[in-house]
Design a protein around this ligand. Structure first.
Ligand code: NAP
Ligand code: ZN
Ligand code: ZN
Length: 348
């Protein structure tokens, strides 16, 4: 057993505070990773605050993990001590269902094992995520990380990156497509970077006027303030795709109206309240709504390799672990540019 330092939510109401726990001995197929950076995803907040139902407390969030391998089990073949490694939103799955076999472990029919707020398969041992100094993971659920990119800016690729890369690739988004990205936060800023990199014409749809200059710097061709009625009217029927990253309750109908005939809204943001969608909005233009959940291990590796090749990283504000509660408050006010990343050295 090794004792690990961490930060945890102890319940849905009180601020996160220090916690420590034991990680069990390394399994034969597991690698041990010293965590260097951990991104802060809005899903950490939803989970810690119980937005999606009661969490397993104490909860150690964090599923955008990069670090260095410090030990390998006796049967590990894919990683060596000293190499960089990454861990995303899940650390295991059943490995036998059609989804797992096709490399889409995120859709595992038995349910994937989350990096936090889950139990290690077949046990009642909770999984603890990246707001901690070390993690042990099966090598098959561990990603290779390039040493070419700034590590703190790579961490958010493990969730925000793959969550936006995957649906854009699935839909073959590229040259000739008009894409709207709704919500400029962690997911939104990666969506802009990928959609631009794939050749699409990208419009940032934001309710924060202060983000216009940044949206352009990130590569967006246009910026539209969603609270401005005239702007919204002018964009009716304009987009082939809208990637919706908004974390809070909002009017889906207003944005569906911006899709052209056969247009698709990809929902990745997870507001707590259900959406009300008038059938007629879809019917009149054969519009579609689809959801998308992170991505499988193989596609996550493909995305990381694509980012290393094209020099794509996240725009980050690196924080100490003790700043986490302020970071949550700022994210709830849409005040993030554009991902908080915890420097885990601040916890050692
Ligand atoms: P984030 O960094 O906090 O960004 C969310 C953005 O949504 C904000 O910056 C803001 O952008 C916009 N927004 C927030 N409240 C709004 C409101 N009331 N009305 C309109 N716009 C609002 O969050 P994130 O980490 O990108 O995560 C976004 C959502 O995706 C969360 O619900 C998260 O749980 C979910 N998620 C899903 C997956 C998946 O696999 N599907 C993976 C990761 C995260 P503007 O200021 O530009 O309007
Ligand atoms: Zn996430
Ligand atoms: Zn499975």
């Amino acid at each position: 057993m090794t004792t690990i330092k961490a930060y945890a939510a102890y319940d849905a109401e009180t601020p996160l505070r220090p916690y420590s726990f034991d990680r069990k001995e390394l399994g034969a197929k597991q690698v041990q990773i010293e965590i260097l950076y951990s991104g802060v995803c809005h899903s950490d907040i939803h989970t810690a605050k119980g937005d999606w139902g009661p969490a397993i407390y104490p909860l150690v969030p964090g599923h955008e993990i990069v670090g260095r391998i410090t030990a390998v089990g006796s049967e590990v073949t894919k990683f060596k001590i000293g190499e960089l490694a990454g861990v995303g939103c899940f650390v295991d799955s059943c490995r036998t269902c059609p989804s797992c076999k096709s490399g889409e472990e995120q859709f595992c029919e038995e349910g994937m094992t989350g990096t936090y707020n889950s139990y290690e398969r077949g046990t009642k041992i909770p999984t603890y995520g990246g707001y901690s100094t070390s993690i042990t993971v099966d090598e098959d659920y561990t990603l290779h990380i390039s040493d070419k990119l700034e590590l703190s800016a790579v961490a958010p690729l493990l969730c925000a990156g793959i969550t936006t890369y995957s649906p854009l690739r699935y839909l073959k988004v590229g040259k000739g497509h008009k894409v709207g990205v709704l919500g400029l936060g962690g997911l939104g800023h990666m969506a802009v970077k990928f959609a631009v990199s794939f050749g699409a014409e990208v419009t940032m749809l934001s309710h924060s006027p202060s983000k216009e200059a940044d949206a352009k710097k990130l590569g967006a061709h246009h910026f539209a303030l969603t609270s401005d009625a005239a702007t919204m009217d002018s964009l009716a029927n304009k987009f082939d795709f809208i990637l919706n990253t908004v974390s809070a309750k909002h009017d889906y109908n207003a944005y569906l109206n911006l899709l052209n005939t056969n247009g698709t809204m990809i929902i990745v943001g997870v507001p707590t309240a259900p959406a009300e969608i008038p059938a007629i909005t879809l019917i009149l233009k054969r519009r579609k709504i689809m959801g998308s959940l992170i991505g499988g291990i193989a596609e996550t590796q493909e995305m990381l390799d694509y980012c290393a090749e094209h020099n794509i990283t996240s725009d980050v504000e690196v924080i100490d672990m003790s700043y986490i509660n302020e970071a949550y408050e700022r994210m709830n006010k849409s005040d993030v540019k554009y991902r908080f990343v915890i420097d885990m050295a601040s916890l050692k």
